[in-house]
Ligand binder design. Structure first.
Ligand code: GAR
Length: 206
């Protein structure tokens, strides 16, 4: 018989390929998480269709409908709680969350970022890596803290930069690494194998 699954909410703004990776992972019978709600701040986010095709409730909460960041985040928080969400994954969610929201979801909120943090924080991490001329970049899954792209690192995967890469070709390669990395990160957390102490995430191997 299948065990209890961690009720997970996913916040998106765009195409949702990382969301798709999590949706696919959750179809595996012994995967210890399930996605119970997808929220997008943009009505045109491709990830909304991915959720609907998987029969996952998906809703738009547009930041443009709120006069403050606090009110926007409060609406997201209310929707997550109403759906019984226990854990939240940011998957290409391009809004900076307020400290109030981040602290309410302390150690129950992770993000995936297309660089090896602390290198290349911000929205254009792939372009920054190309401009810096690095040979290796990658992706990072980390617990979210109020300061942008900070918080205990859970998993990182290296990705090579190849000659002639554009931001599109490099981002495609990083995305493929992200999909594996994010499904594994959520699996580890939902299986109870991750502890965060003194701002360090530790993975137990049993
Ligand atoms: C991903 O590469 C993710 O790491 C990045 O947005 C992309 C979303 O792709 N997130 C950030 O840059 C956050 N700072 P997706 O919509 O196909 O999952």
């Amino acid at each position: 018989m299948q065990g209890r699954r961690l009720k997970t909410g996913v916040l998106i703004s765009g195409s949702g390929t990382n969301l798709q990776a999590l949706i696919d992972a959750c179809t595996t019978p012994d995967y210890p998480a399930e996605i119970t709600l997808v929220i997008s701040n943009r009505a045109d986010a491709g990830g909304l269709d991915r959720a609907r095709q998987a029969n996952i409730p998906a809703t738009v909460i547009s930041h443009k409908d709120y006069t403050s960041r606090e009110a926007f985040d409060a609406a997201i928080d209310t929707a997550l709680r109403a759906a019984g969400v226990e854990f939240v994954c940011l998957a290409g969610f391009m809004r900076l969350l307020t400290p109030g929201f981040v602290n309410r979801w302390h150690d129950r909120l992770i993000n995936i970022h297309p660089s090896l943090l602390p290198a290349f924080k911000g929205i254009d991490a792939v372009e920054q890596a190309l401009a810096a001329g690095v040979q290796t970049t990658g992706c990072t899954v980390h617990f979210v803290r109020p300061e942008m792209d900070t918080g205990p690192t859970l998993l990182q995967v290296e990705v090579p930069v190849k000659a002639g890469d554009t931001s599109e070709t490099l981002h495609d390669r990083i995305r493929r690494a992200e999909h594996q990395c994010y499904r594994e990160a959520l699996r580890l957390i939902a299986a109870g194998k991750v502890a965060v102490s003194e701002e360090t995430a530790t993975i137990s191997d049993n």
